[in-house]
Structures are given as structure tokens and as C-alpha cells.
Ligand binder design. Structure first.
Ligand code: HEM
Ligand code: HEM
Length: 187
């Protein structure tokens, strides 16, 4: 099935999950690599443009994914899962959805606040306008701090989420990852 049901995820939620999940992890790695590059590195400009392009792609996909999720339902968590763990899993999912929107928005605000006024060329195809935020060195520093801190926090929660999923699959063996791999069948 394309849509989620009470017993499992549909194909659309599964494709969104893995596409955005992998893009997010790659994007975080690219962010750390990029911010270690010397300012005069010849590849720095292109690397920043790739980080901005992929980040804006994540923002667009995450917004579409959230609409799809809100228009449907999520399958019930396994009945054997303790109540505290169900609450933690739901809170982590909400946090990750929010992070997938807020982290790229703060990155976009950061480049918009820079007095250097460097344009964003999404995949060298489209010029993305800056967000209407005040531009100054101080504002850029604040947005950079917010962007980097939130990116690290969301990455940490994503790593805990991955650890929890692996524990379910390989220790508890309740097939939790399998249901994010095989779409639910029409009953
Ligand atoms: C989900 C999407 C994104 C993730 C996970 C992410 C992650 C990161 C990470 C981990 C860093 C390095 C932090 C550090 O060195 O401590 C970084 C830096 C940066 N990001 Fe992003 N980012 C995302 C989206 C964006 C977007 C959409 C833009 C701009 C349109 C952007 C612009 C930047 C810039 C300019 C820096 C360098 C900041 C500096 O060195 O002062 N990011 N990002
Ligand atoms: C790459 C390793 C990952 C694995 C093995 C994994 C595994 C899973 C599994 C099994 C579920 C379904 C839980 C359930 O059945 O209720 C899930 C849901 C979810 N995952 Fe992941 N995940 C990974 C990476 C990520 C990343 C990097 C993010 C975001 C940054 C993410 C965000 C989410 C969200 C938001 C949900 C909730 C989906 C919904 O109910 O609409 N995952 N993940």
C-alpha cells in the first residue's frame, strides 16, 4: 500500500524516511568537513554551495513528508513496548520532524544574515533569495551558533533513534526495522 495503516508503514512514508535519513546523515558529515576547510581552500565555495543545495532539498522533502504524515496515520508501536519507551519514541519522532525543518531554516537564516551577501545557487541552477533577516556580523555569528548547535543536537537524537531501532531489530527481534523496509499489504 502507498499509505500507512494501523499495522505498518506504506511505501511513501518508507521512501521519505530512508531518502531524508540518508541525506540528513550525509549533510551533517558534509557540514563538519566543510567548516574545517581553510577559508582560501579552492573547493570551499563549491562545497558550501552543495551543503546549501542539499540542505534546502532536505527542507522541501521534510515539509512534504510532514504534510503526508499529518494527512495519514502512524502505525501503533509494538504492544510489548513499555509505556515510557512508546512516549520516548513518539517524542523523538516529533523532535526529528521539527529538526528536519528548523536546522535547514537556521542555515538559510545564517547565510541570509551574512554581510558578505554570498548568493545561494541551488545545484547551480536556481538562485535562492535570502530570508528577510537583519544582516550584520553579530547576527551571522548568532545564527551560525544556533545552526551548528541544533544540527549537533538533532544528529545526537538521530543517533539515539538509530541505536534504539537496531536494539529492537537485533536484540528484541520484534521486526521494527522490517516494517520501515517492507510496505504494509492491503488487508
Ligand atoms: C538538515 C540540513 C542541515 C544540516 C544537518 C546541517 C548541518 C551542518 C553542520 C553539522 C555544520 C557544521 C557545524 C560545525 O562545524 O560545528 C553546518 C555548517 C553550516 N551550514 Fe548547515 N546544515 C543543514 C542545512 C543548511 C542549509 C539549508 C544552509 C544554507 C542555506 C546551511 C548553511 C551552513 C553554513 C553556511 C555553515 C558554516 C557555518 C560556519 O562555519 O560558520 N546549512 N551545517
Ligand atoms: C539510518 C538508520 C535509521 C534506522 C535504522 C531507522 C529506523 C527507523 C524505524 C524502524 C522507524 C519506525 C519506528 C516504528 O515502527 O514506529 C523509524 C521512524 C522514524 N525515523 Fe528513522 N531510522 C534511521 C535514520 C533516521 C534519521 C537519520 C532520521 C532523521 C534525521 C529518522 C527519522 C525518523 C522519523 C521522523 C520517524 C517517524 C516516522 C513516522 O512515524 O512518521 N530516522 N526509523
Amino acid at each position: 500500500m502507498l499509505r500507512n495503516s494501523e499495522t505498518g508503514y506504506g511505501l511513501i512514508a518508507i521512501v521519505f524516511h530512508w531518502l531524508i535519513g540518508l541525506l540528513f546523515l550525509g549533510q551533517a558529515a558534509l557540514g563538519f568537513y566543510m567548516s574545517d576547510l581553510p577559508v582560501d581552500d579552492p573547493s570551499a565555495f563549491a562545497t558550501y554551495q552543495w551543503h546549501k543545495s542539499i540542505g534546502l532539498t532536505i527542507l522541501t522533502l521534510a515539509a512534504l513528508r510532514l504534510c503526508w504524515r499529518l494527512a495519514g496515520m502512524a502505525p501503533a508501536l509494538p504492544a510489548a513496548m513499555p509505556a515510557w519507551e512508546k512516549r520516548a519514541a513518539r517524542a523523538a519522532h516529533i523532535f526529528l520532524y521539527a529538526g528536519l525543518l528548523i536546522v535547514p531554516l537556521t542555515g538559510w537564516a545564517l547565510v541570509s544574515a551574512s554581510p558578505l551577501n554570498i548568493p545561494t545557487f541551488a545545484y547551480y541552477l536556481v538562485v535562492i533569495p535570502h530570508l528577510p533577516v537583519p544582516a550584520s556580523e553579530a547576527a551571522e555569528t548568532v545564527w551560525a551558533f544556533v545552526h551548528e548547535s541544533l544540527a549537533k543536537l538533532v544528529l545526537l537524537v538521530a543517533l539515539i533513534h538509530i541505536g534504539a531501532a537496531l536494539r529492537h531489530e537485533f536484540v528484541l527481534r520484534d521486526g521494527l526495522i522490517s516494517r520501515m523496509v517492507r510496505p504494509v499489504r492491503r488487508s
